[in-house]
Write a protein that binds this ligand. Structure first.
Ligand code: NAD
Length: 329
């Protein structure tokens, strides 16, 4: 029987890719986002596309009516520049997950609920050095997550767990680690490191001024997860029997300087770096420990960073070039 699936936040980067994948697999999709449809990253012609504010319980009740499964990817978020400066807005996303869970319980049709959590739930004292040990799922407690955004994610994970225990709703939670790829946010203040670096290198290539600004000293470490791996892992986790939050991230850790080296190689230019030590930088080191996902799913995100960045750079370069052409016209 054809499943009807709600993708909350389906107008966003990961949501848009998930909608495409679900439809390719034969699902009927209801896609809900608060942005006007012409601002969605991708718009499916066959999905039911609705604009609603899912912080409101009434909207959530309408959105979940009659669906079999819910993926909650709706969240007011962005890269470090956004989450360090908008902690209250980040925390208000708690209303989305809370009201979606409550609407699912009241409606009674949805049997499975996926929540997109984040590596920002991990305790700050486990991420103090660049050569950090990869973060295991249990490293989220004792709790000291990223202020604002991370607290909301950790609380919402707990909410999923208790709706499952108390009301029998099957909930699944993945902790995403820095997802990137084509069709992602690349400008405007909410972009994350990979697309921001791709944009800066593309601008350098197009302008001939080969110096770029880097946030921090460039020696902070991260791992980055390609969008196709994120979508695949999300679907596998949803279908699995894993009822605890699980890492969904690449374990290929690099410094931001190494990330820049890879992107400038792809672009075929050398870039000089101007370090801004006052800019938002986040934790010093972060990587994903994939023991649990390998053990439970026999799979882990495996797209090489250089391969994912090649696709991402090509796409971001085209956006930068066409936006420059529009400005010049
Ligand atoms: P995104 O910003 O592109 O997508 C989120 C979408 O939610 C946006 O389109 C936004 O308009 C929508 N939204 C916000 N408030 C809403 C509301 N009140 N009602 C309806 N829609 C609303 O972000 P993304 O990168 O696609 O992330 C998806 C999910 O994954 C989020 O929960 C995010 O916290 C989580 N996550 C993402 C990353 C990453 O690297 N991209 C990392 C960790 C966790």
């Amino acid at each position: 029987m054809t499943k009807t699936v709600l993708v909350a936040g389906g107008g966003g980067f990961i949501g848009g890719a998930l909608v495409a994948d679900l439809e390719a697999g034969g699902a009927r999709v209801r896609c809900v986002d608060c942005k006007p449809v012409d601002e969605w990253y991708r718009v499916s012609a066959t999905a039911e596309n609705l604009v609603m504010d899912l912080q409101l319980l009434d909207s959530c009740l309408e959105a979940v009516a009659g669906v079999d499964e819910i993926y909650n990817l709706a969240c007011d978020m962005g890269g470090m520049g956004f989450i360090e400066n908008n902690k209250a807005l980040c925390m208000l996303s708690v209303l989305i997950n809370t009201h979606l869970l409550d609407a699912a319980r009241r409606d009674g049709s949805p049997s499975r609920f996926f929540y997109a959590s984040s590596a920002c739930v991990y305790a700050a004292d486990k991420q103090l050095t660049a050569d950090i040990a990869p973060l295991k799922e249990e490293d989220a407690y004792p709790a000291m997550p990223e202020d604002g955004y991370g607290w909301e994610k950790l609380f919402s994970e707990r909410m999923c767990r208790h709706f499952s225990e108390d009301f029998g709703l099957v909930t699944r939670m993945a902790r995403y680690h820095n997802v990137y790829g084509p069709l992602g946010t690349w400008t405007g203040g909410r972009e994350k490191a990979p697309s921001a670096i791709c944009r800066k290198v593309a601008e350098a290539k197009l302008s001939g001024d080969h110096e770029i600004e880097v946030w921090g000293d460039g020696e902070q470490t991260r791992s980055f997860t390609y969008i196709d791996d994120c979508v695949r892992g999300t679907r596998m986790i949803m279908a699995s029997d894993i009822d605890v939050p699980i890492n969904l991230g690449s374990s290929e850790m690099v410094t931001i300087n190494q990330l820049i080296d890879i992107v400038s190689d792809i672009a075929g230019i050398d870039v000089a770096r101007r370090y801004d030590l006052t800019a938002p930088k986040g934790v010093r080191g972060r990587n994903s420990d994939n023991t649990m996902i390998l053990d439970r799913l026999g799979w882990e995100p495996s797209t090489r960073l250089a391969d994912g960045l090649a696709e991402t750079y090509r796409w971001v370069y085209d956006q930068v070039a066409s936006s420059a052409a529009r400005t010049a016209a």
